[in-house]
Design a protein around this ligand. Sequence first.
Ligand code: COA
Length: 243
Amino acid sequence: MTQPLHAFHCRCRATFEVEQHWVGRLMVCGGCGVFVVVPRESGKPVHVPTLARSTERLEIDLAVRRDWRQVHEIDKDPENYKFEISGPHTARETRRRIRAGRFPSGFKKSRSLVFKVVLRETGKVVGLVPVGYVLPYYSVNLGVVIHHPHAGKGFGREAVAAVTAILFEELGVFKINAMCDSLNHRCVRLLESVGFEREGEARSWLLHPTRGWIDSPYFAMFNPSDASLHAGRLAVADERGAP
Ligand SMILES: CC(C)(COP(=O)(O)OP(=O)(O)OC[C@H]1O[C@@H](n2cnc3c(N)ncnc32)[C@H](O)[C@@H]1OP(=O)(O)O)[C@@H](O)C(=O)NCCC(=O)NCCS
C-alpha cells in the first residue's frame, strides 16, 4: 500500500510533494538551496531554523571561528577528559571542528554542529554541546562538556535542555541519542533530569586508556511532536482523514 504524499512549498515558492518520512524534518530546498523544515501540515510555510537560545543564565549558539581560543581552553584541558576515551584536542583539531560545524556551509558535509555554552554574566564560553547526525536528518548523537571550574552548577543540565529544544523545535530531529561512561554519575543524572530515557547498556563499549573496557548506558529522547509516529501511525493523515 502506498502512503499519501505530503505537499508543501518553500519560501522561494518552489513546490514539493514528498514522502511521509520527510514531514517535520530538515531538508535542503531544491529551489533555493536553503535548509528548511518541512511543515507538518500541507499549505503551512516551511520553518527556517534558528540555532540560538537563551536560558536564565546561558546563551547557547553555534561556535564560530572567533571563538576558537575559548573553545580550545576547554578542548585542551585534560581535566575535562576523565571519562573520555579521546584525549585533549590540538588547536588545529579545535579549529577544524568549529569549521566543520559551521551552519550551513560546514554542516552540509560534516552533518555535525558545535554549540557553545556562554555564561551571560561574563560572556565567557564555559562548555560545549557537540551534535552529530547519525541518520540525516532524523537522529543525532549528543555530547556535552562543561569546563571543570564551572561544573556542578547546573550549567550542563541547562545547556543540554536548551540544545535538545533547538534540535526538536528548530531542526525537527526525531531522536536524540547519548552515551556515556557508566561511572560518569553526573552525566547520567544530567541526561535523566533533562528527560532522556535509558534504553539499555552496551557492554565493553569504550576502551579507556587506563581503565580498560568500560560499559556504557545508552540514553535517548524522542521528539514529542512525533507522538503519532510512535503510535505506529503516519506523520500526516491520508485522504480519508485517518492517520
Ligand atoms: C558531565 C557534565 C557535562 C555535567 O555538567 P554539570 O554542569 O557539571 O552538571 P550539572 O551541574 O548540570 O548537574 C547535572 C546533574 O547531576 C547531579 N550531580 C552533580 N554532581 C553529581 C555527582 N557527583 N554524582 C551524581 N550526580 C551529580 C546534579 O544534581 C544534577 O542533577 P539534578 O538536575 O537532578 O539536580 C560535566 O561535569 C562535564 O563536562 N564533565 C566532563 C566531561 C564529561 O564527562 N562529559 C560527558 C561525556 S558524555
